[in-house]
Unconditional design. Structure first.
Length: 183
C-alpha cells in the first residue's frame, strides 16, 4: 500500500512539473542564468535589464527561436538582445543554422544598401571552458553593432549588441564574451 502511495505521489509531481526548455532563465543579482542551457551572463554597468515582453516584437512565429534577455542603455535605443536558436532546425524555406559561424555569416545578407553595412572585425575563438564564440562587429545605418553567437549543445546563444560608441560596444561585447558555463 505504501508503495502505491509513493508511486501516486511521484506521478503527481511529474505531471505538475513543467518540462524544461531553452527559455528557462532568470535574473540572479547582476547576471542572467539559464539552467537549461547551462550558462550565466553578467551585463555591463552601462545597461539595465528590460523585460523582453515589453519590446513589442509581437507574436514570434519561429518555434525554434526564443528571446531570452534584453538590456538597454537608459532610455536610448542601444543595448543587448539575447536569443537562442536551435541548430539545424529549418523553418519554412529558411535552412537551419549549422553553427554559430553560419549564423554570423548570414548577418550581412539582411542589410539594405541604404544602411551602408561595413564589417569592422570578425573573430572565431574558444574559451578555456570550451565555449565556441563567433563574433562580427560592424557599422550599419551609422550605429555600431556586434553579433555574437555562442554554441552550446544543440543550440546557439545569440547576442545582438547596439552601441552609440565603440567604447559602449566594447563593453557589451566584452560582457557577452565573458559568458560562462555552469553545471
Amino acid at each position: 500500500m505504501k508503495t502505491m502511495s509513493v508511486l501516486a505521489l511521484l506521478f503527481a509531481l511529474i505531471r505538475v512539473s513543467p518540462a524544461q526548455s531553452p527559455k528557462d532563465g532568470h535574473i540572479a543579482g547582476h547576471s542572467y542564468v539559464n539552467t537549461y542551457l547551462h550558462f550565466t551572463y553578467s551585463w555591463p554597468s552601462i545597461l539595465q535589464p528590460k523585460d523582453p515582453a515589453s519590446l513589442n516584437f509581437g507574436p514570434h512565429p519561429n518555434p525554434n527561436e526564443w528571446l531570452l534577455f534584453a538590456a538597454q542603455q537608459g532610455n536610448e535605443p542601444y543595448g543587448i538582445l539575447m536569443l537562442v536558436e536551435k541548430l539545424n532546425a529549418p523553418w519554412h524555406n529558411f535552412p537551419g543554422f549549422k553553427d554559430g559561424a553560419d549564423f554570423i555569416r548570414r548577418v550581412p545578407a539582411g542589410a539594405t544598401p541604404e544602411e551602408r553595412f561595413k564589417i569592422l572585425e570578425s573573430k572565431h575563438s574558444t574559451t578555456a571552458a570550451g565555449l565556441v564564440f563567433d563574433e562580427m562587429d560592424y557599422i550599419s545605418g551609422g550605429v555600431y553593432h556586434s553579433g555574437i553567437a555562442i554554441q552550446t549543445g544543440g543550440y546557439i546563444i545569440v547576442f545582438k549588441c547596439d552601441g552609440k560608441s565603440l567604447a559602449d560596444l566594447a563593453a557589451m561585447t566584452g560582457s557577452a564574451l565573458a559568458t560562462s558555463s555552469v553545471k
